[in-house]
Write a protein that binds this ligand. Structure first.
Ligand SMILES: Cc1cc2nc3c(=O)[nH]c(=O)nc-3n(C[C@H](O)[C@H](O)[C@H](O)COP(=O)(O)OP(=O)(O)OC[C@H]3O[C@@H](n4cnc5c(N)ncnc54)[C@H](O)[C@@H]3O)c2cc1C
Length: 284
């Protein structure tokens, strides 16, 4: 549990970080360290240099505008939980962050570190997909935005290039009014065995307008349950439509068997948790 030797460098601007990554292809960026440092201790990651971007002011801001919400990559979970404006405009974010690990992890871990790490059992991928996040990235070739449905490339692989810095996570506003996140935690690790984010709008006639539902943990990759969304849109949100949507939504995942759980178990859990997320959203 002792990492291989590495250098440490603290930078104060994004440009400095991009330059440092360009000079050393084995370097890695550091925010809260709660995913990277455990990997280093297990020697599954051996960066030559840690480039600490946790104090870069550009990564530390929260901007709430009428049509957009932008959260800096370096904003910590505890800061999200302490920001009442965020709770008001995006309750699903608070619900998901509040069930990540324990207070220690929530005081160091960051929204950007979670996005960059792209762990398929993390909580936030479900929220990023269901809330149709856009990731603001800057690298040697300039700036670009990557939509959530192109962000998760493979387990632990995001769309970030080797010299890219994730600057912030954006959400278009207004978000659907009914929002819920539910999680069935792995009993040992606390990570999501299945986590579901649901964001819904109800039209004046009581029928579902827009529905966005995404699942993390259960599948090989986090996924949007698009079949569940189309099963709901235009229908009343009731017991029958929720059950049908949950069944359809679980079909979209690719589930693996492993030493802990079978693929059938994971699929069943995804269905149950989609149903619970929709029931919770209905009560919001
Ligand atoms: C005991 C424990 C329990 C946990 N339980 C959960 C859980 O239940 N649910 C959950 O979702 N998570 C859980 N986590 C993970 C936690 O949420 C991490 O904090 C988070 O995944 C990573 O955020 P970080 O700021 O610590 O990132 P870091 O570990 O600093 O970095 C993670 C990765 O992102 C890269 N990176 C960092 N900043 C940038 C940037 N600006 N641009 C590009 N790349 C960047 C790093 O190089 C690294 O590869 C747990 C962690 C621990 C230690």
């Amino acid at each position: 549990m002792i990492p291989a030797p590495f250098r440490y460098r603290r930078v104060s601007t994004v440009d400095e970080a991009i330059k440092a990554l360009g000079h050393d292809t084995e370097a890695k960026l550091l925010l809260g360290g709660h995913s990277l440092l455990p990997l280093m201790k297990l020697r599954l990651a051996r960066p030559s240099t840690l480039i600490d971007v946790a104090h870069v002011s550009e990564l530390r801001t929260v901007d709430i505008e009428q049509d957009n919400l932008a959260i800096g990559a370096g904003v910590r979970y505890a800061e999200i939980l302490g920001d009442t404006r965020l709770t008001e405009v995006m309750p699903v974010l608070r619900q998901s962050v509040s069930v990540i690990a324990d207070p220690q992890v929530r005081h160091r871990g960051t929204i950007g570190g979670s996005a960059a790490h792209a762990d398929p059992a993390a909580d936030l991928p479900a929220v990023f997909l269901a809330a149709e996040a856009r990731f603001q990235v800057r690298g040697p070739a300039g700036a670009r935005q990557v939509p959530a449905d192109q962000w998760f490339v493979a387990p632990l692989v995001s769309a970030l290039g080797p010299e890219d810095v994730l600057i912030s996570v954006h959400f278009s506003r207004p978000l659907p009014a009914l929002q819920a996140y539910v999680k069935f935690p792995h009993p040992a690790s606390g990570y999501a065995l299945a986590g579901v984010a649901a964001l819904l709008d109800l039209a004046a006639n009581g029928r579902v307008g827009k529905a966005r539902i995404a699942v993390t943990g259960a599948g090989v990759m986090p996924f949007r349950a698009e079949a569940a969304e189309s099963a709901l849109e235009g229908r009343p949100l009731d017991r029958d439509s929720i059950a049908a949507a949950a069944r359809a939504g679980a079909e979209a995942g690719e589930y693996a068997d492993d030493m802990h759980y079978s693929a059938d178990y994971r699929k069943n859990l995804a269905e149950v948790m989609i149903r619970r997320a929709l029931e919770k959203a209905l009560q919001a």
